[in-house]
Ligand binder design. Structure first.
Ligand code: C2E
Ligand code: MG
Ligand code: MG
Length: 652
């Protein structure tokens, strides 16, 4: 039955009847025709209403009798058509994105895929439609499947609203492709329908990040892990083994007379020797042992599973023997021996740094005993009572109590504008009557360990703000950068203390830059963001110090409200090598892409400065422009730059 069945006869009857009635009435009684016409209209209108009501009732009746109403069908078709049009337009828009949008049903099957899904899988011979209905997890690399499954489950159970993860897809060409997926639940009329996700190919960024972190953690000559990596592994061993009361040993190794070999045969031979030594040492250690190059001809071995000093001594003896044997085969005219110092955790020290110091002291003793020799730290302590140097610690505590720290300032130059100074970095200095100048690299960790970092940080900040507010005429347009350690940043007092101090010295947060190292990201991104966000909102500039040496990935940096990255000195030092240049360029390009300002630290010569400028690094800091200096000297430096006669000197 169609619409015509109801409407047409009804219209025909009403209109026909009306015309006939009019004709008859006008013929019979023209004078009264208006009256009859009105009556007829009234009757016709009522007829129409009753017909329409009947029509609707019939519709209802048909529905009740479960006959499909054609009208309903037409309505539904129209609605579906409009929806399909809107959806097609939406999909066309999705096709413009580089990302793939997917919808998963509640049981994890692909319900919808936008364009580029095939590209993500490296397939071009099939259609997206072929994949609809397949379980999403079956396209994910086996190693990442479990984590993704757990997170998707948590999402469906309502344990979290959104989640993101980096994982690998299973591609036909078997290439490793990394994808960043962001997922959220989607509901219709309050009811969960499934999961919607956006997948982005991040392979290139991932590979670059890996390269940067590998280079940051490894030594270029020997390919061995470097100090940064070693520190992390020792800290990990302390955390993991210390918790179950287990011991482990650290070996500090030094090649005897390496300098003589270098002088006699040249640096090239020296380098080859170092590479051979590292290869032999590595080959004679277990896979779980860590061998790192400490610097020069020094190596450190972490033996996480040597539970007592005797085992460590045995391993050390074996390394000495094997090294001599192998080297004799390789270089017959050179006789190389080793000196080794051993420290055991927790007998000799209970922190990573102290353990290294103790092993180094044992090594020093081994060398003083005529080289080619192994010494245990424990032997040393019984031989030399009072070996433990507690004096520096107590002198440091006294220095904190008496506020004996000074603040030095190092200029940060604007790379583009010749000779213009962009700001200064405040650096803490401590001069002790007995030890002389002690590096902040020594006393800042000491302050952290002793819980004194907030106090030291407060003293440095107070002095720096005091100095800066006094030179408001010259310094008004300069940024004052202060270093903030992770512990300091995370203490509850830090934020109110900082705001109060800035206000007290009549300064604005906009004049202050806080330099924070990447280790903050290890606290977890959400936690780090909470601490950083309020500082950023208050107007402070946030700079990521020593960038590239930590573990945070670039994508994490993107999630934190940093305004600037400070490229670590270890990268700047390597910039003259093709490899180093590529590395800094990668960091600079990523910085630009993330719209972050870039500063390079440790610029020691004009060539390095020129390369950095070329790579688009906006600010430069280092001995080439000026070393850290006391406030008076810094004021002269700034004044000198601003005097037209001297300005050209700073442009160097
Ligand atoms: P940083 O923040 O990365 O500071 C830069 C370090 O590089 C400084 O060492 C500086 O003297 C040094 N430097 C600057 N230009 C050059 C150069 O051209 N070549 C070389 N080889 N080195 C250069 P410094 O003053 O010994 O500080 C070491 C670290 O101690 C700082 O690294 C910072 O992390 C920490 N630190 C210093 N003062 C403070 C402070 O007040 N609070 C906190 N929390 N940490 C501080
Ligand atoms: Mg710094
Ligand atoms: Mg730095």
């Amino acid at each position: 039955m169609n619409r015509q069945t109801y409407i047409e006869p009804a219209i025909r009857t009403i209109v026909g009847g009306f015309i006939v009635a009019c004709g008859v009435l006008v013929y019979v009684q023209p004078a009264w025709s208006w009256l009859w016409l009105s009556i007829l209209f009234f009757v016709g209108f009522n007829l129409f209403l009753s017909g329409f009501t009947q029509f609707c009732m019939m519709e209802k009746l048909l529905k009740k009798l479960h006959f499909r109403s054609e009208l309903d069908e037409i309505r539904n078709l129209n609605r579906a058509h409009a929806e399909a049009e809107a959806r097609a337009a939406f999909y066309d828009t999705l096709g413009l994105l580089n990302e793939v949008v997917i919808e998963l049903s509640r049981d994890g099957r692909l319900a919808f895929l936008s364009d580029h899904w095939l590209k993500l899988l490296g397939i071009d011979s099939r259609s997206d439609e072929d994949f609809v209905g397949h379980p999403f997890l079956s396209f994910i690399n086996r190693q990442d499947r479990r984590v993704l499954e757990t997170l998707l489950d948590a999402l469906l159970k309502g344990e979290r609203d959104t989640m993101s993860l980096r994982f690998r897809m299973l591609r036909e060409d078997r290439h490793e492709h990394w994808v960043e997926g962001k997922f959220a639940l989607y509901r219709k009329q309050g009811e969960v329908q499934g999961i919607r996700g956006v997948l982005r190919d991040v392979t290139e960024a991932h590979v670059q990040e890996k390269r940067i972190s590998h280079m940051a953690m490894h030594d270029a000559l020997t390919g061995l892990p470097n100090r940064t990596y070693l520190d992390e592994r020792i800290a990990e061993a302390i955390e993991r083994l210390g918790r179950v009361g287990s011991k482990f040993a650290l070996l500090f190794i030094d090649l005897d007379n390496f300098k003589r070999i270098n002088d006699l045969h040249g640096h090239k031979t020296g380098d080859q020797l170092l590479a051979s030594v590292s290869a032999i040492l590595r080959a004679n250690l277990r896979e779980t042992d860590v061998l790192a190059r400490w610097g020069g001809d020094e190596f450190v071995v972490l033996l996480p599973f040597s539970r007592d000093a005797d085992i460590a001594r045995k391993v050390a003896g074996e390394l000495m023997r094997k090294l001599q044997l192998e080297l004799e085969k390789q270089i017959s005219d050179t006789f190389v021996t080793l000196s080794i110092g051993i420290a055991v955790y927790p007998d000799d020290a209970d922190t990573s740094e102290a353990l290294l110091v103790q092993a180094d002291k044992a090594l020093f003793y081994a060398k003083s005993q005529g080289r080619n020799n192994i010494q245990m730290c424990s032997d040393l302590q019984t031989r030399a009572p009072g070996f433990e140097d507690a004096e520096m610690t107590s002198r440091f505590v006294a220095a904190v109590k008496q506020s004996l720290f000074q603040v030095y300032y190092q200029p940060v130059m604007d790379a583009g504008d010749h000779g213009r100074i962009a700001g200064v970095e405040a650096l803490a200095r401590w001069h002790d009557d007995k030890y002389g100048w002690v590096s902040p690299a020594t006393f800042i960790p000491l302050a952290e360990d002793m819980g004194l970092i907030n106090e030291v940080g407060r003293q440095v900040l107070e002095q720096a703000l005091d100095h800066f507010s006094q030179c408001s005429g010259v310094c008004a347009d300069l940024k004052l950068a202060v270093n903030v350690s992770k512990r300091q940043l995370m203490s509850v007092d830090f934020y109110p203390m900082l705001l109060d101090m800035v206000r007290r010295y009549g300064m604005s947060p906009r004049q202050i830059k806080l330099e924070i190292t990447e280790s903050i990201a290890l606290e977890g991104i959400d936690k780090a963001r909470t601490y950083l966000q309020r500082l950023s909102e208050a107007g402070f500039t946030l700079s990521l110090d020593d960038f590239g040496t930590g573990f945070s990935s670039l994508s994490h940096v993107h999630e934190l409200p940093f305004d600037e990255i400070k490229i670590d000195i270890s990268f700047v030092r390597r910039i003259k090598t093709p490899e180093g240049r590529v590395l800094v360029k990668t960091i600079a390009d990523m910085g630009h892409a993330m719209q972050l300002a870039l500063v390079a630290e440790g610029v020691e010569d004009a060539e390095t400065a020129a390369i950095l400028r070329e790579l688009g690094v906006g600010m430069l800091q280092g001995y080439h422009f000026g070393s850290p200096m006391p406030k008076e000297e810094c004021a002269d430096f700034i004044a000198g730059l601003r005097s037209p006669l001297l300005a050209s000197a700073g442009a160097a």
